[in-house]
Design a protein around this ligand. Structure first.
Ligand code: ATR
Length: 277
């Protein structure tokens, strides 16, 4: 029921046209009877967008491509984790004070932990070194993984992440700009694609001819299509997989918790996953 007290929440980005966030968040607002409504705004100038949050007294927003890094300049406070990552995907308006958070990495890690998989002491290979990768790598190190190999075509971005890890965590970080070879997967427990390779295309971030060891857990953050070529490669080798949609839902749940202090549960997850794919 929308009335004079309904608070606004939204996704700011460009493009936002096919976003699944309104479906997830409006389901939660309705279910938990919180008087807020979630919509999307295609925003080019993020500074102007942020100014509007105070003017219109938004409860908060999510931020997506291409504004996750720039937006930091216009906020009053940045949470510890988001500062580490250097990118924000959730902003809370606390009585006119705008505070930035990043839920990408923790949302992703929750997708793995929810399957009762223990990340401690594991060897992980991450493909990509962009904003999502930074957040995921830091959340993985918080889980005390043993080693992290970052493969990215632009080595400097991978080195940036390695430097943060070297200074702040026990995890041993390695980088490469080479193509992934079968040998690189030896002793690896988890492999994660954080690039956009495979998004609405039939490209695969790894050579399909590579035969992995049988206990490798394969994770993709791309959720369109649901079964990416990377996930298909994993399944054709009978490996366990984590789909991109899991991370999308879990980062949304973390963001909903930050704004509303309500933790969505497994029933919410099941409803959303059933109706979103
Ligand atoms: P996001 O915020 O979603 O992580 P991003 O910061 O633009 O987006 O990062 C995208 C990542 O995917 C980068 O690591 C990028 O590699 P570069 O750092 O070399 O640009 C990687 N990526 C995107 N398209 C790619 C492609 N076709 N081949 C290899 N890497 C690709």
């Amino acid at each position: 029921m929308i009335n004079s007290e309904t608070r606004l929440v939204a996704l700011f980005g460009s493009p936002v046209k096919n976003s699944l966030s309104p479906f997830i968040h409006n389901y939660l607002y309705e279910k938990y009877k919180v008087n807020s409504i979630y919509t999307c705004f295609d925003i080019e100038n993020i500074k102007e967008g942020i100014d509007s949050l105070k003017v219109l007294n938004f409860k908060g927003i999510n931020v997506t491509i291409p504004h996750k890094v720039e937006v930091i300049n216009y906020l009053d406070e940045i949470d510890f984790n988001a500062k580490f990552v250097g990118a924000v995907n959730t902003i809370k308006n606390e009585n006119g004070i705008l505070k930035g958070f990043n839920t990408d990495g923790d949302g992703f890690v929750k997708s793995i932990l929810d399957t009762n998989y223990n990340l401690e002491n594991k060897n992980v290979l991450v493909i990509g070194a962009g904003g999502s990768s930074r957040s995921i790598c830091i959340s993985l190190c918080n889980q005390k993984i043993k080693t992290l190999k970052i493969f990215n075509r632009t080595i400097e971005k991978a080195l940036d992440i390695k430097n943060i890890i070297d200074e702040n965590f026990e995890t041993e970080a390695l980088v490469s700009s080479e193509k992934i070879k079968e040998l690189d997967l030896e002793n690896i427990d988890v492999i994660i694609n954080t690039t956009s390779i495979g998004m609405e295309s039939d490209e695969c971030p790894i050579s399909r001819g590579i035969i992995p060891s049988e206990n490798l857990l394969v994770c993709d953050i791309v959720y369109k299509p649901h079964e990416t070529e990377f996930i298909k490669w994993a399944k054709s080798n009978s490996l366990n997989v984590i789909y991109g949609i899991d991370m999308l839902i879990n980062q949304a749940f973390e963001g909903f918790y930050i704004l509303n202090n309500i933790k969505p549960n497994k029933e919410d997850y099941n409803y959303i996953i059933k109706n979103i794919i």
